[in-house]
Design a protein around this ligand. Structure first.
Ligand code: MLC
Ligand code: AMP
Length: 502
């Protein structure tokens, strides 16, 4: 079976007359997508870009971002999306690491890009007024790419302070996304409401590729807005995907608007991923809309690993079984496979596997066990039916808030730059709205003083240098951090005491 680029390209040219996208900036048919992506790729080729070069995209959700994606694929250029909430230091790290030949940005983000650049990079503005690839000009014939050619580079945080670029080849994306969306029964008669960002694998991977692979159309929202999700479904959209924070806001909206809750009954499918969906939220959504949310689990490095099955009654808190093409196992601290009902680390193989962390051979090999098993760092168990439950995470240094992954170390490094900080630990504590909320525990130089302004100063420091969702929601001053005999900070102790006294 053709798994990679050829399958994607066939899918996208099979439905030329169908509508591909509706957005605030007009509509796009599949034939227009093809024409504009090809014109943009022609321009890139004329500028000297070749397969394997990188183009970074730092722009708000817009049809141009999707035209750029398929233009890059046409030429074999690696598409490097950047989280639009990033500030210049975070963008600078990605530009220095990925070394793109070009940065696509929009008017709202241009100043950050220019501040972030250390080298003289080419910058092209997308968005209004002239759509990307709209004018006359050379077009690029679709090149043939090997299935293992790199298609996407997605930056993701880990236990280290700086984010790493995950390289995803066509084979992984197309094979895994089609396996998942086939499980979910996606078809050309579906219409997706896409309110997830286009710089992470949830929105970009499942949303954009999944729709194209099935010849579906997308209602593209500029950002998540519960009222607009309801309107899109009332007007005929059939599928919605979100992170739990979005479902929480949706439920809050529906609580006060029974006709809206009723309108959602007409949809076919609601799915959730990227963070744990609480049983309470699952039940409240079902009570309001009659729909049982289909929860699935994944990761930038492995794409979509586990999913509930459509035909089975869903149980809250359960993320399902491996997606076809994926193998999963549970191992103990020593990497030995344990019985499925025991708690241990999830390792996965096959499916949507990355090829590498860009330019980091040692970190790449350290993330795999022998036999090509990727160590997810997530702690799981299987229930008596073989379904997986996510129990937690091995490292307390990885935090998820609103579905965004955050490195505690990155925030600690910034807070340590304050000259009154002697020591600091950042942790995530459970939060009903965001999944986890960031709390910083700091030891000031000298004695803590009355009416200390250090907490506000630390929040301001983080806000000035990092994306808003990395800002500590609370700063606690203390005389010393709890450490074990080896001097390692005992973050579990901090989390337990912070959770006990909110
Ligand atoms: C942000 N805020 C928080 C917070 N995070 N407040 C408390 N706790 C937190 N954890 C604050 C912001 O700082 C700001 O306040 C205010 O809330 C609004 O923030 P915002 O960023 O503007 O929020 P909003 O735009 O409404 O975004 C919420 C959201 C967004 C849910 C729409 O988080 C989102 O799009 N999440 C999706 C992320 C995603 O796609 N993840 C997939 C990763 S892939 P102030 O004071 O600063 O102004 C993956 C693999 C897989 O995980 O399997 O899918
Ligand atoms: P990211 O690196 O942003 O792709 O985030 C991947 C991480 O999100 C995983 O390692 C999990 O910790 C978490 N995650 C994804 N889906 C789920 C889910 N359904 N339930 C709990 N955690 C999830």
């Amino acid at each position: 079976m053709v798994a990679g680029w050829a399958r994607l390209r066939t899918a996208w040219t099979t439905h030329p007359s169908r509508s591909f996208l509706r957005s605030d900036r007009g509509t796009l048919s599949y034939v227009e997508l093809e024409r504009r992506a090809s014109a943009y790729a022609g321009w890139l080729a004329q500028e000297g870009l070749r397969a394997g070069d990188r183009v970074a995209v730092f722009a708000d959700t817009d049809p141009d971002v999707i035209v750029a994606l398929f233009g890059h694929h046409r030429l074999g250029v690696i598409h490097v999306p950047i989280n639009t909430r990033y500030q210049h230091e975070e963008v600078n790290h990605i530009l220095s690491d990925a070394q793109p030949r070009l940065v696509l940005t929009d008017a709202a983000h241009r100043a950050v890009v220019e501040r972030a650049m250390t080298d003289r990079l080419a910058v092209k503005l997308i968005g209004q007024p002239a759509p990307l690839g709209a004018g006359p000009g050379p077009t690029a014939p679709a090149a043939d790419h090997p299935d293992d050619a790199p298609a996407l580079m997605i930056y993701t945080s880990g236990t280290t302070a700086k984010s790493k670029g995950v390289i995803l080849p066509f084979r992984s994306i197309v094979g895994n996304v089609s396996a998942l969306t086939d499980l979910w029964g996606w078809s050309s008669s579906d219409r997706l409401v896409l309110a997830l960002p286009l710089f992470h694998v949830h929105g970009l991977g499942i949303g954009v590729y999944g729709s194209v692979l099935h010849g579906m159309s997308i209602d593209l929202l500029p950002s998540f807005d519960p009222a607009r999700v309801v309107t899109a479904i009332a007007e005929g959209a059939t599928v919605f995907m979100g992170v739990p924070t979005m479902y929480r806001r949706l439920v809050h909206h529906l609580d006060g608007d029974p006709p809206a809750a009723n309108a959602l009954r007409a949809a076919r499918l609601f799915t959730s991923g990227s963070a744990a969906l609480s049983p309470d939220l699952f039940t409240r959504f079902e009570t309001l809309t009659g729909h049982q949310i289909v929860e699935r689990y994944g990761m930038s490095e492995t794409l979509f690993t586990l999913s509930n099955r459509l035909e089975e009654r869903r149980r809250p808190g359960v993320v399902g079984r491996p997606v076809p093409g994926v193998e999963a196992r549970i191992v103990d601290e020593d990497g030995r496979v344990v019985a499925p009902t025991e708690v241990g680390e999830l390792e996965v193989r096959g499916g949507g596997m990355m090829t590498e962390y860009w330019g980091k051979p040692e970190e790449t090999s350290a993330s795999f066990a022998a036999g090509g098993w990727f160590k997810t760092g997530d702690v799981v168990r299987q229930d008596d039916r073989g379904d997986f439950q996510i129990v937690g995470r091995k490292s307390v240094d990885i935090i998820k808030s609103g579905g965004f992954k955050i490195s505690a170390r990155e925030i600690e490094d910034v807070l340590r730059d304050h000259d009154r900080v002697e020591d600091v630990a950042v942790v995530g504590i459970p939060d009903p709205e965001w999944g986890q909320a960031i709390v910083a525990v700091a030891v000031p130089v000298g004695e803590p003083i009355d009416a200390d302004t250090l907490p506000e100063e630390l929040v301001a420091l983080a806000a000035a240098r990092l994306a808003g969702y990395k800002k500590p929601r609370r700063v606690v001053l203390t005389k010393a951090l709890p450490r074990n005999a080896l001097g390692k900070i005992q973050k579990h102790v901090l989390i337990a005491s912070l959770t006990a006294q909110p």
